[in-house]
Design a binder for this molecule. Structure first.
Ligand code: GLN
Length: 490
């Protein structure tokens, strides 16, 4: 990471990043550019450097913030109309930790509204273009963040991953994207999508930068009680850790909580020079783009040559993950989005005849169609007549998936899979077909249901010049070894 010092000023770094951001304006990466605020901070850091005062590990490093991270700099809108005009009084813990080390936010990035989507086309501001081909989608929901790093506007960006929103756009644009173990980075101050699967993570150009950012941003936070001890600390943790699911249904069903289960801890002693890498046989089929399959095969051959062992896994229960995800996640979305009523945050529909109409009109005008679809699905699967058939069934499937990973990690140290079945698709291709959009997530959502970490590794380009990424998956709390292993692969 290029930090400011006596010869390269923070002001120079920030000015360069802002210039590049403007140069790439037609990609629609930003919802807000923080010119004044960023330059002011840069000058403060330069003054400290001049005086010989201590500066942080990210001194003067420009970065971009996905638009669902709360901070007083710029409106936090989650790229949704209903949050237009919302100036946050608080700062997300992750943002605070980065800024305490001297990082400087130069802009907020475009995303699918409330992070619902896989292409950044569900944004109120319109779509972001792919870094390799302007006619294609950036991936999503953290599309703007991924493209900002891929086009080298900044060296890192924040993202959130509830079902693939960091890993898939990282793969579509050719950068690293990491979704840590659930609870590794505090979710305090990040607009909630689905509280039992939301994870904070980053986009970078190298695994070394990812390592640095994880060491800064991770750790327990009294403001988020699901946070874990820091990212290095897996050696000291008990071997089995319950996945705590604090979810909406408990409220509606007399305290009946979702199932809790466990995934075995990552083995901190894993030998990174001769690791056992699992390949999921069930994923090697016609529905996966042949160039992605080829890239996976090539990587496996390379791994074998370098002294690693390839282990074939059969994980039939993963086929339930997508269906379970699209029941559990909308259920939590319906609950989390119930707070947007036109009274407390951002946009309010005017001219409503009474309070009831004000709520209804604000929500009708303020949410995107995909947000509304999920609110309706969520309320349906939680309604008393359908809870057992849908939500409870999905919670049981989730436990099966957790157990399936546990079994797999008794046979291997890491698993390598595609991130998604397709390369970046054309803008507009899937936007009117929600089910085909949901199918994009078939390989990314199982990790979120199990709470385990996954890292997108860029592995090259397709014949058409599109980025190809693979996903390296580890057991719960193996985050540090996973990133160390990625360094070996780079
Ligand atoms: N594409 C997935 C969805 O639409 C994941 C989104 C996310 O991770 N925020 O739900």
């Amino acid at each position: 990471m290029k930090t400011a010092n006596k010869t390269v000023s923070a002001e120079r770094l920030v000015k360069d990043a802002l210039e590049k951001a403007k140069f790439f304006a037609d990609y629609h990466i930003f919802t807000y550019l923080n010119e004044e605020g960023a330059l002011k901070k840069a000058r403060e850091i330069d003054a400290k450097i001049k005086k010989g005062e201590k500066v942080g590990r990210l001194a003067g490093v420009p970065y971009v913030l996905k638009d669902n991270f709360l901070s007083p700099e710029g409106e936090t809108t989650a790229s949704a109309h209903i949050l237009q005009g919302f100036n946050s009084p608080v700062t997300a813990t992750a943002v605070k930790k980065l800024e305490d080390e001297g990082a400087i936010m130069i802009g907020r990035t475009n995303m699918d509204a409330f992070a619902h989507g896989s292409s950044t086309e569900n944004s109120y501001f319109g779509p972001t273009s792919n870094a390799c081909d302007k006619e294609r989608v950036a991936g999503g929901s953290s599309g703007g963040s991924a493209v900002a790093v891929a086009l080298d506007i900044v060296e890192f960006a924040t993202g959130t991953d509830t079902g693939g929103s960091i890993r898939q756009p990282a793969s579509f644009n050719g950068v690293y994207g990491f979704k840590p173990t659930f609870g590794t980075i505090s979710r305090y101050g990040v607009v909630a999508m689905a509280s039992s699967t939301d994870c904070i993570g980053f986009f970078t150009k190298t695994p070394e930068d990812m390592d640095l950012l994880m060491s800064i941003a991770s750790g327990q936070d009294p403001k988020d009680l699901t946070t874990l001890p820091d990212y290095y600390n897996n050696a000291g943790e008990p071997a089995q850790v319950p996945l705590g699911h604090a979810v909406a249904p408990a409220r509606r069903h007399g305290g009946r909580a979702a199932s809790t289960s466990v995934v075995t801890c990552g083995d901190p002693q894993v030998n990174l020079r001769s690791a056992r890498i699992g390949i999921i046989k069930d994923f090697d089929n016609e529905s996966v783009d042949p160039e992605i399959r080829q890239a996976l095969k090539k990587k496996c051959d390379e791994l074998k040559k370098n002294g690693h062992e390839i282990v074939e896994l059969s994980m039939p229960n993963l086929k339930y993950a997508l269906a379970a995800y699209y029941i559990i996640v909308p259920a939590e979305i319906a609950s989390n989005l119930s707070r947007y009523d036109g009274v407390r945050y951002g946009f309010r529909s005017e001219n409503s005849k009474d309070l009831e109409a004000l709520y209804a009109n604000t929500r009708d005008e303020g949410f995107m169609p995909e947000n509304k679809r999920r609110i309706m699905i969520g309320n349906f699967v939680l309604s008393s007549g359908f809870y057992d058939a849908y939500f409870l069934k999905a919670a049981k499937a989730r436990t099966l998936i957790i157990e399936e990973y546990k079994k797999a990690f008794s046979k291997c140290d890491f698993i390598l899979t595609p991130v998604s079945p397709n390369l970046a698709f054309k803008l507009g291709e899937k936007v009117n077909d929600p089910v085909s959009m949901y199918l994009e997530d078939v390989m990314s959502v199982p990790l979120n249901l199990a709470g385990i970490p996954g890292l997108t590794i860029p592995v090259g380009k397709s014949k058409e010049g599109l980025a190809i990424g693979l996903q390296l998956i580890g057991p719960r709390r193996s985050d540090k070894s996973l990133i160390e292993f990625a360094k070996e692969l780079a």
